[in-house]
Design a protein around this ligand. Sequence first.
Ligand code: ADP
Ligand code: ZN
Length: 300
Amino acid sequence: MKVYGGIEAGGTKFVCVVGNGPDQILAEERFPTTRPDETINHTIDFFQRCAREYELAAIGIASFGPVDLDRTSPTYGYITTTPKTDWAQTDLYGKIQRAFKMPVAFDTDVNAAAYGEYHWVATHQHLDPLLYMTIGTGIGVGGMVNERPLHGLLHSEAGHLHIPHDRQADPFPGICPFHGDCLEGLASGPAMAQRWGQLAETLPADHPAWELEAHYIGLAMANLSFCFSPRRIVVGGGVMQQVGLYSKVRQQTLRIINGYIQSKQITECIDEYIVPPALGNRSGVLGAIALAIAASFERR
Ligand code: ADP
Ligand code: ZN
């Protein structure tokens, strides 16, 4: 039986799995992201061991970024200008691809997560376009459009959306090194920690932080709805673990859209429009497996 490899290459940890889907993971290893050579060698070792035991057919990589997704570019599959400086200009795809005689797929962590939620959860539900947003250490957005991951000039950077910022209500200047008060600068986990002087997970449920956070995320949900007309927006990441935040975000989204988008999906079924990841924190790595499966068909 053929099996597939998935790599979730994150800024703090790598998760590597081998299997056929959510209910069939045969091997898994997690390790911290250290130096690129050390971390990539660890990854290659894991899949070489698995390839001796299973019929490994293809590998998918879901990478932190920014990354180069242009197949015609000499730096295709590189992590490019990441603030994690020792990983800047790292040929992640190439190093994995050269180590294995099999198709290797490569995409952003959030495109892979969108792929995972689409392929393993939403298939046949007519939910294309489907967007995936993570709100954690950073904010990232990926998507499935016409059954393909959303690529463009580079890839979506909708985590850096510019949203209205009322400096009287919220004088915090934001922490994005490029934009200050973009969405990530105002609403990521580290932005919350810096604004309120304590980690987001320690802020009590009745703290005003959560209404403000829901307001910013709601603005992003409305903007993404206007731009892409998605049929579903999956929102994950550590910050969304806060109890009650989904319902606050849904209320804010409805308030901001203000009846303009005339779709029952939004006006009547907002609970199914803005949803937590059905795959929990495994959307990315299971998306990487789905990418690997697609790559194995492409190259036949
Ligand atoms: P990463 O984005 O690095 O992959 P996560 O998605 O886990 O990691 O997000 C980490 C961020 O989520 C941190 O800023 C942390 O403070 C915040 N966080 C983690 N748990 C919670 C929680 N229960 N409520 C609110 N924020 C949380
Ligand atoms: Zn920014």
